[in-house]
Design a protein around this ligand. Structure first.
Ligand code: BG6
Length: 482
């Protein structure tokens, strides 16, 4: 029995169809959905970009991209030609008139129309306006926009207002690809599908929560974007914020777009401003053959952070007194993302202090080895008396899902299919994005004003020493990055 949910047939136009994201993620993702049998009969994907080329040229370009980004063993038995036959191309001038009439002619009646803005936000307004003026977008059409969605509250508000001139909020799909990750959705299933966790999910039982997104890559190649952004704008305002929301939110009444998004918004609005003492910013140093952050950014005076750690308070009834520690950075020891819910000590140890004190920790791994582990305390086996040890109750999703588990769709695939289905649950609403900026803006302004340099850290480390101190101050420790 196929577990693939069928979707209606569609015309999907990808503006920026020759760009990096389209070649790396969007088209390989669509190809995998094609392989999985989810691409409906007659579906069309239309690349739209500045370059003059015909459909054949575009197919050749995408063939190369898929061969590069989908490993060969994952391409067996899958007719790449069949997929490519569904592609078309139109050369378009986003801010002019060229190509728009042609695109209008290409659109078919009675199929879902979706427009993916895989371009910089500076073009969002021009695209929205032209789609509207040429009658290409209709009331059922959807647009998909990528981050960065603004760089502060003001610019995000402006973008929202620009899009709102031509599209209703129910037509706008703001992608945060972290919401498309399998484990992130499992987080909701585990929280709200079991009775086990929810009663403990509050400051009475949870000591603190750690959210780590560690990467080994530097910013090489993206310096011009990244240096104006930094870890706070690039990762915390969106991805880590979304993870925090899903952990902290109240149970939504339904797994439906506004039910979920209303609850996330309440969390963001409940965040206290973070005290400067509770923020550590870092920049990776040079090491061996690898250049420093400043080399990669080609900016010898850069004060942009490639690492950030912060202690965040969610000021509401459920979480007051339970801090959320967030950390993310480039060029760290390992590529590892984890949410750890660290429970409090048992109120009293009946075994005496010499048995050792143990804590339950629920670890939710986003990548690699997606899965969850609950650390539980048991008696050390053997004749040594009542000594306690921690063992993992382990659930690796790949095991649970069996051989088909390999076909778990990646974030982009799932999200694009949600767009076609018209399901906004895993997309950010405009007010959510603005609330997140309203929280980050004052912190960014404060450090831009004081002009302090981020702390230096060694590539391959866990970040600057100061981030350790942030935890130690409260008698806590970061989880290992591995
Ligand atoms: C992107 C950021 O949104 O997410 C990148 O711009 C970052 O800087 C990436 O590397 C991380 O995504 P993932 O899915 O590899 O964890």
């Amino acid at each position: 029995v196929s577990r693939v949910i069928p979707v209606d047939t569609f015309d999907l136009v990808i503006f920026g169809g020759t760009g990096d994201l389209a070649r790396r993620k969007i088209l390989p993702g669509l190809y995998r959905r094609f392989q999985a049998g989810q691409m409906p009969e007659g579906a069309r994907i239309i690349g739209a970009a500045r370059s003059e080329m015909d459909a054949e040229g575009y197919r050749a370009m995408i063939r190369e991209a898929i061969e590069e980004f989908v490993p060969e063993e994952k391409r067996v038995n899958a007719p790449l030609d069949g997929f490519l036959a569904q592609l078309d191309y139109v050369a378009i001038d986003a801010t002019g008139t060229g190509g728009w009439d042609r695109l209008a002619e290409m659109m078919r009646a009675d199929v879902v129309r979706a427009f993916y803005f895989s371009v910089g936000p500076a073009l969002f307004g021009a695209l929205a306006e032209r789609l509207h003026d040429h009658g290409i977008a209709n009331e059922q059409s959807r647009i998909v926009v990528e981050k960065p969605f603004g760089r502060d509250l003001e610019s995000a508000g402006k973008l929202n207002r620009t899009l709102a001139q031509h599209f209703d909020e129910t037509q706008i799909y703001r992608i945060d690809h972290y919401l498309g990750k399998e484990t992130v959705q499992n987080l909701m299933a585990v929280r709200f599908g079991n009775v086990l966790f929810e009663p403990l999910w509050n400051s009475q039982y949870v000591d603190h929560i750690q959210i780590t997104v560690a990467e080994t890559v530097g910013i090489g190649g993206r310096g011009s974007y990244y240096d104006k952004s930094g870890a706070m704008r690039d990762m915390v305002q969106n991805h880590l914020m979304q993870l925090l929301c899903l952990i902290a939110m109240e149970p939504p009444s339904r797994f439906e777009p506004d039910s979920v998004r209303d609850e996330k918004l309440k969390v963001i609005r409940a965040l206290d401003p973070v005290r400067p003492d509770d923020i550590v910013r870092g920049q990776y140093a040079a090491s061996g053959d690898t250049g420093s952050y400043r080399d990669d950014a080609d900016n010898p005076d850069s004060r942009t952070e490639s690492f950030i750690a912060l202690k965040v308070n969610v000021s509401n009834w459920r979480w007051a007194g339970t801090p959320f520690y967030l950390r993310t950075g480039k060029r760290l020891k390992a590529r590892a993302s984890e949410i750890a819910v660290v429970f409090k000590d048992a109120p009293h140890s009946i075994f005496g202090e010499e048995a050792g004190r143990h804590r339950n920790i629920l670890s939710i791994r986003l990548q690699p080895n997606e899965g969850m582990t609950l650390g539980v305390t048991i008696k050390e086996p053997g004749p040594g008396g009542m000594r306690l040890i921690d063992v993992p109750l382990d659930m690796t999703f790949a095991d649970a899902l069996g051989p088909e588990g390999e076909d778990v769709p990646d974030a982009y695939e799932r999200l694009i299919m949600d767009v076609i289905r018209g399901n906004q649950t895993l997309f950010m609403r405009g007010d959510e994005v603005e609330a997140a900026w309203a929280w980050t803006d004052p912190m960014i302004e404060a450090w831009e004003e004081d002009g302090r340099r981020p702390c230096s850290y060694e590539p391959g480390s866990t970040g600057p020493e100061e981030a350790q101190i942030l935890m130690h101050r409260a008698g806590r420790r970061w989880r290992e990055i591995k």
